[in-house]
Structure formats: structure tokens, C-alpha cells
Design a protein around this ligand. Structure first.
Ligand code: HSE
Length: 309
């Protein structure tokens, strides 16, 4: 194989109470990344999207991750990369992780899967750290491993894949404003009160148990975040309306996706997920803020190879 194209999935980081630790891959939106092996050492990157990202491999996240992969293997490897991003940077939908995970998975396939998924995660993290200013894998892990993951922040990371509950639909709204992850991290306090910690780990326990037992009601009532949402919700116009109206429409629960401004809600039927989408649309129409919505499902696979030659 000399050339490979992948779809690299968006993701919902934090999964509300699982700040920096629990995330899930979703089927839409996704980026398309094509990588070709080259006899010419080094990395060349071309973007065909509208986001104006740097193509210099030392400044582009994909370049940084691929360089980490090359450094761990064969210094003579060369890659030509073409990227079409649909996941807008600064959306909270794991845009940087989609770039980083997609690139390392595709490159690894070209190298006959020389590296394990855990090794790929460490390469992809090199880019994620530059993007967000923090070493967390709640977006990278589901992009590489698929589904819902727990990323225990040991060194190296300890990734635990959770079962994907049946009949769970994800409605996402992305108001078209940019929130940089690094900025959304700076506004968080360095310490949390003991009471918030107790509530947070109770909710994480409830969420993980709900996922294992396919208990939607338990999942829904565990989707509460006392650590980041109280601060970050202030950066998201319409946050309270989206939450309240979606719950009234029958959503199980939800919250901020990643560091925002996107929000997501989980529902146990497509009909409810569609109603939630309508509520979200009404909120942002009223606020006169452009937005995109998606009704999608959890992506069990993560980065997916769609073409090879
Ligand atoms: N866990 C991260 C955060 C996700 O919320 O800051 C975005 O990279």
C-alpha cells in the first residue's frame, strides 16, 4: 500500500462529568485525510479546506504528530498529506484530535501497522498538547480506539474501552463562534471544592455503570458536570436554553462538547433526537447566531480507512 484515505471522526470530549478523561467518537462530522508514502524524506501537507491552517509541517498538528511517528521508526520515511477538514477548529468537536488521530492511523497503515494503538495515541498527543496546552486524551483515545473510552492519565496513558449502549442518539449543535481550548482551560480554577469532587466522581461512577448496564436513565441523570461547565457555560450563548429545552423535549442529558462552544444531548430514540435538534435550532435562530446541527450516533470504530491503493 502506497496511498491511503481515512475518515477521521469528530468526538465529544469530557462526556460531561468525565472532564479530560471520558470521551466518545461520533459519526458526524468527520475530516478526510489522504497520505501517500514518498521516497523523499520529510512531511508535506496540503489543506483543501477553508480554515486557513498552516501547511508548514512544524506548525501543522498533523506534521507534529507524523514527525513523532517518524522519530520513533524510520527517519527516512516521507509522507505527502492532503487534508480536507469539515470539523471546524475551535468547535469543541475534537477537530485537533481528528487531525492528529487520522494522520497517525493512516500513516501506520502505510507502514504495515508497525505501531500499536497505544503508541499511536502517544504520537497523536504531541499535536493535541500543542493545540490545547494540556496532556489529556479524552478526544484522541476515542478517535483511535473508537466508541467511548476512559483515558487514565498515567504515563503512558491507560485506555479503557467501554461498551457502546444500544439505541443512543447524539444531537449536536455548533454555534459558529470559536472557543479556543487553551483559553477555555485558562478560565478553570486550579482547585475544586471537596463537595464538587464528591459529586463529580459520583456522577462518573453513575455514568460508567449506566453505560455498562445500558441503563439510559442512569446515564442521563449522571450527565452533570460541576468542574468545568459552571465556568465554560458563560462562554456559550444560549447554554441554559439549549439544556432546558432539550431536556423538556425528552433528551436524557448532555452538556458542553469538549471545551465548547458546541453542545450535545443524548436521546434514546431518533424521534427525540430530531426534536432536540429543532429546539437547538430555535435557540440559535432567536439569538441570531449561525449554527450547524447534527443528529448522529456513536462511532464504534474511530478513524476509518475508506480507500487504499
Ligand atoms: N478535555 C478537553 C477540555 C477537551 O475540555 O479542555 C478539549 O481538548
Amino acid at each position: 500500500m502506497k496511498k491511503i484515505t481515512v475518515h477521521s471522526t469528530a468526538g465529544v470530549g469530557n462526556l460531561v462529568c468525565g472532564f479530560d478523561v471520558i470521551g466518545m467518537a461520533i459519526n458526524e462530522p468527520y475530516d478526510k485525510i489522504t497520505i501517500q508514502l514518498s521516497d523523499l524524506p520529510g512531511i508535506r501537507i496540503k489543506h483543501t479546506d477553508e480554515f486557513g491552517l498552516p501547511e508548514d509541517p512544524e506548525k501543522n498538528l498533523i506534521g507534529i504528530c507524523l514527525q513523532a511517528l517518524i522519530n520513533a521508526g524510520d527517519e527516512q520515511t516521507g509522507f505527502d498529506v492532503t487534508v480536507h477538514k469539515n470539523i471546524r477548529p475551535g468547535s469543541g468537536l475534537g477537530s485537533s484530535s481528528a487531525s492528529c488521530a487520522g494522520a497517525v492511523v493512516a500513516a501506520n497503515a502505510l507502514l504495515n501497522n508497525r505501531f500499536s494503538k497505544n503508541e499511536l495515541l502517544e504520537f497523536a498527543l504531541e499535536g493535541e498538547i500543542v493545540a490545547s496546552g494540556g496532556r489529556h486524551a479524552d478526544n484522541i483515545a476515542p478517535a483511535i480506539f473508537g466508541g467511548i473510552t476512559i483515558a487514565r492519565p498515567t504515563d503512558p496513558f491507560d485506555i479503557i474501552s467501554l461498551p457502546v449502549p444500544t439505541n443512543l442518539y447524539v444531537t449536536v449543535v455548533h454555534p459558529q463562534i470559536e472557543v479556543k481550548t487553551a483559553d477555555a482551560r485558562k478560565i478553570l480554577p486550579k482547585e475544586i471544592p471537596m463537595k464538587s469532587g464528591i459529586n463529580q466522581w459520583a456522577n462518573v461512577a453513575g455514568l460508567v455503570t449506566g453505560i455498562f448496564k445500558n441503563d439510559k436513565a442512569l446515564i442521563g441523570r449522571s450527565l452533570v458536570d460541576e468542574v468545568a461547565a459552571p465556568f465554560r457555560s458563560k462562554l456559550i450563548p444560549g447554554y441554559n436554553d439549549v439544556m432546558n429545552k432539550s431536556l423538556q423535549a425528552g433528551a436524557l442529558g448532555g452538556g458542553i462538547s469538549g471545551s465548547g462552544p458546541s453542545m450535545f444531548m443524548l436521546s434514546e430514540s431518533l424521534a427525540i433526537a430530531d426534536s432536540v435538534e429543532k429546539c437547538m435550532q430555535e435557540v440559535y435562530k432567536k439569538l441570531q447566531i449561525d449554527f450547524k446541527t447534527y443528529v448522529t450516533t456513536i462511532n464504534p470504530q474511530g478513524v476509518k480507512i475508506i480507500e487504499s491503493e
